[in-house]
Design a protein around this ligand. Structure first.
Ligand SMILES: Cc1ncc(COP(=O)(O)O)c(C=O)c1O
Length: 371
């Protein structure tokens, strides 16, 4: 069974000689200040806190999980959703129509670990309007584009370690510009816990159950993740995320071997590409896998996402899912055509380092057998 996330008990995930995330960040984003947090949303709040006043607004792409805008709301900022092209470039006409003198920041999102198309034009625009560029890299903690770690391409950025490693929580705040670095004052939620807590134990216990009973358990990520379609109220999600990074996450982060993990994810991404290449009811969201990218998942646009998900489950893939549930103000609004269409038809397939490419080939054979 192919699960959504790697297991903490998978020995291949971390090596005694793994460089860990710190050294990888310092290698690919030299000189950038960074801090660990329990969640990307809280990191985002702390990163912006010293820079903005209540009453401003922040532009975010409409194709997004609902809780991601809660830190802006906590800071007294109005989140405004901008439309996307089918390529996932911002619809710049729509974006500019929503910008005004109270706009304090524009967020880009590196979907599925790939840089959001149009990043350079967006950076030009934030320069022109004198607002901050937030590089939301929740999905791609170790992706590198144009020689720089994703998440560090704006003034400030975040990444979510839970989307890379078998950890109960964990995120990084990047302070890429001098102004952001100078204004930064960490709250009590910054940093890493120095003791193991109840959540660490709960995570380990669930991991044991998942490993022992594999096919019956969908994923521990399902009760941890904002992206889960059964997610409850976004404010409750945000409040629940307010804790420093756990000690268990810190230990796994320090032992990780990012180069090996990226290589494994790339191999699995390519395996899905081969396996699904002859399906004319599916279109991959990314045809190419540029050097440096560590994919979060392998997303495809499916003509009938529900029946494809059911076929995948029958073929042994428990970790595929649609993404995301949209915020209510975006759902069904014709102004956000791409976001609504993608939320309906994207199926994201797991590529994590706990999967052997041969398991993906086997799923491919089973899927072909059904057609
Ligand atoms: C694009 C994006 N940004 C930010 C976040 C929030 O990250 P975290 O769950 O670490 O707060 C998510 C959620 O998973 C996300 O999908």
């Amino acid at each position: 069974m192919i699960s959504a996330t790697p297991s903490v008990f998978d020995a291949s995930l971390s090596q005694s000689d793994g460089e860990g995330i710190d050294a990888y960040v310092e290698r690919h984003a030299p000189g950038v200040g960074y801090s660990y947090y329990g969640a990307g949303k809280v990191a985002l709040r702390d990163g912006l806190d010293g820079l903005v006043e209540p009453g401003g607004n922040v532009l975010v792409p409409a194709y997004l999980s609902p809780a991601v805008v809660e830190p802006f709301r906590e800071l007294g900022l109005e989140p405004r959703f901008y439309a996307l092209e089918p390529s996932l470039d911002p619809d710049f006409a729509d974006l500019e129509s929503r910008l005004d003198e109270d706009t304090v920041a524009v967020t880009s999102v590196n979907y599925f670990g790939f840089p959001q198309p149009g990043l350079e034009r967006l950076a030009d625009l934030t320069d022109e309007y004198g607002c901050y560029h937030v590089d939301d890299n929740a999905h791609g903690p170790i992706s590198v584009a144009d020689g720089r770690l994703l998440g560090t391409h704006g003034d400030l950025g975040i990444t979510t370690l839970r989307k890379l490693l078998p950890v109960p929580d964990g995120a990084v705040l990047y302070r890429a510009s001098d102004e952001v670095e100078a204004a930064f004052e960490p709250s009590s939620l910054a940093g890493r816990a120095d003791r193991f807590g109840a959540d660490d134990c709960r995570y380990l216990a669930t991991s044991v159950a998942e490993t022992a009973l594999d096919p019956l358990y969908r994923s521990i990520e399902s009760f941890l993740d904002d992206d889960d379609v059964s997610s409850v109220d976004p404010i409750a999600r945000y409040e629940a995320a307010k804790a420093p990074m756990s000690k268990l996450s810190a230990a796994v982060t320090d032992a990780a071997d990012p180069d090996a993990i990226r290589a494994a994810r790339r191999e699995n991404f390519r395996a899905w590409g081969r396996v699904l290449a002859d399906r004319d009811d599916l279109a991959p969201l990314y045809e190419e896998l540029p050097t440096g990218i560590s994919p979060y998942e392998y997303p495809v646009l499916a003509d009938d996402s529900s029946s494809f998900l059911a076929d995948l489950e029958d073929a042994g893939v428990a970790g595929a899912h649609g993404w995301p549930i949209l915020r209510e103000s975006v759902r069904g609004d014709d102004a956000y055509e791409t976001a609504n269409r993608y939320a309906e038809s994207v199926v994201a397939l797991p590529v994590h380092q706990g999967i052997e490419p041969s398991a993906i080939e086997t799923v491919g054979e089973r899927l072909r057998g059904r057609r």
